[in-house]
Design a protein around this ligand. Structure first.
Ligand SMILES: [Fe+2]
Ligand SMILES: [Fe+2]
Length: 461
């Protein structure tokens, strides 16, 4: 990597706060888009917004530059105290590429920022360096480099995000195989489930990401989320590993029959017509039939694919002459399926928050959903699950970092803004349940749709 240094020759015209905001938004966008393919609309919109903002700053100043120091960015050319941006998650991406200095020059183009995002969303291959990659992609207005030959030692991967992204890629491969060849790579499915179980044994990075992926409506993330949430339920009910594996594979393959449904129906934004719904309703039976025809697929997988739209009271589809309660694994899968389906339903202006989803689901407890398992699910995910962005009763914004059974409304949070909404340079951890005795007033006012604020909750986990 080049040893270039970047200095501003004169006092910048843009106020420090505006440049800090712009960098903060850049790294928020970087995090928010890290799970999407580069051509996803969420990714394109986020990069375009950052590009516009940078262009405005670069109209006034030739260059904006910052040094990367531990978990902070220090803006070049601005007085100490005004020039610090602290974004733990963002720094990890820069550290991974050993980037210690980052500068944008007048004329920077959208495709150059896209190339930077593409670079920072992946890890370097052996011997790869950021300068070479960017110059190979024709990037001339973004400079990256080292401050010294020492480099940053610690490279803290956002383990959960990497793992989730990897799993989504594997799920996509399985679905392509099902769609094209009507085959399922069971080895790959088991591999994903093992990774999910291992993650839950290690401390559960993945579950927090199931809700955070709120803009993504791909079948792949849906079935992965349903797998994660079904295994989590089974595990917290005390099921042993062999059973968890079987339930996980079944949950991962529950929507296999969707390969028979025309994609335009699956992606249709509005309500389906009665005729269209009849087509969609066939996917459980068709999926079960396909899975039944494949070697080494166990009965539970076939059963869950068949039953996952059957209700606890025996109604739902496929319709049966003699209604019965679905199998336990199917009932767990239905809860996860319903929860994740609500994640992707968006009203005109706002998304459904996790607590709203549980309230909607609670109306179906006893009819659609097994009431006992649903109660257990609420205790497991909490009204405000890990990774949920919330407004506290004093106005500050916080990210839920841990939940505890029995304290559904009082999780452990990391406070990330002051009462006026300004980002804190040092987020403060507060256990709302522990503080209850001293301060009856502090609690959660509401969950916040993360798309309405410039905060990426995953950066604070
Ligand atoms: Fe389904
Ligand atoms: Fe589903």
């Amino acid at each position: 990597m080049s040893q270039a240094t970047f200095r501003l020759n004169h006092a910048p015209a843009t106020p420090a706060a505006a440049v800090c905001d712009c960098f903060a938004r850049l790294f928020t966008a970087l995090h928010r888009t890290s799970l999407y393919p580069a051509d996803h609309p969420a990714c394109r919109d986020a990069v375009a917004a950052v590009a516009t903002e940078l262009a405005e700053i670069l109209d006034r100043d030739n260059t904006v530059a910052a040094a990367v120091v531990d978990d902070r960015l220090l803006l070049s050319g601005y007085p100490q105290g005004e020039n610090e941006i602290r974004l733990p998650g963002g720094m990890r991406d820069l550290h991974r590429w050993s980037i210690e200095h980052l500068a944008f020059e007048r004329g920077v183009m959208l495709k150059e920022i896209q190339a930077l995002f593409g670079l920072l969303h992946r890890r370097p291959a052996d011997g790869e360096d950021a300068t070479t990659v960017l110059s190979r992609e024709g990037v001339t207005h973004i400079k990256v480099g080292r401050l010294s030959t020492g480099g940053n030692a610690a490279v803290n991967e956002t383990v959960g995000i990497r793992l989730y992204r990897q799993a989504v890629e594997e799920v996509a491969a399985i679905h392509r195989q099902v769609g094209e060849h009507r085959q399922v790579d069971l080895g790959q499915a088991r591999h994903i489930v093992e990774a999910v179980i291992e993650d839950q044994q290690r401390g559960d990075q993945l579950q927090a990401l199931t809700w955070l992926k709120s803009h993504d409506d791909y079948t792949y993330t849906h079935v992965l989320n349903v797998c994660i949430l079904t295994v989590a339920q089974a595990r917290t009910l005390g099921m042993k590993e062999a059973r968890l594996n079987a339930i996980g594979v079944a949950a991962l393959l529950h929507d296999t029959g969707k390969c028979f449904v025309p994609p335009e129906l699956l992606r249709k934004p509005g309500k389906l017509t009665a005729a269209e719904f009849e087509v969609v309703k066939q996917h459980p039976a068709l999926g079960a039939k396909l899975l039944r025809s494949l070697p080494h697929v166990d009965d539970l997988t076939v059963l869950v694919a068949y039953e996952h739209h059957m209700r606890f009271d025996g109604s739902g589809y496929p319709e049966r002459a003699h209604p019965r309660t679905p199998n336990l694994a199917s009932r767990l899968c239905t809860i996860a399926d319903y929860y994740d389906a609500l994640r992707t339903i968006r009203s005109y202006k706002k998304e459904i928050t996790p607590d709203e989803a549980l309230r909607i689901m609670s109306q179906g407890a006893g009819t659609v959903l097994d009431p006992v398992l649903f109660k257990h699910f609420v205790e497991m995910v909490g009204l405000y699950p890990r990774g949920c962005l919330v407004q506290l009763t004093d106005g500050r914004v916080a990210v839920v970092v841990a939940t505890r059974t029995g304290f559904a409304t009082l999780p452990m949070v990391r406070v990330v803004t002051d009462e006026d909404g300004a980002l804190l340079s040092n987020p403060v951890e507060v256990d709302l349940a522990a503080g209850r005795a001293d301060d009856q007033r502090l609690g959660i006012d509401r969950a916040i749709d993360p798309n309405t604020v410039e905060i990426a909750p995953e950066a604070y986990l």
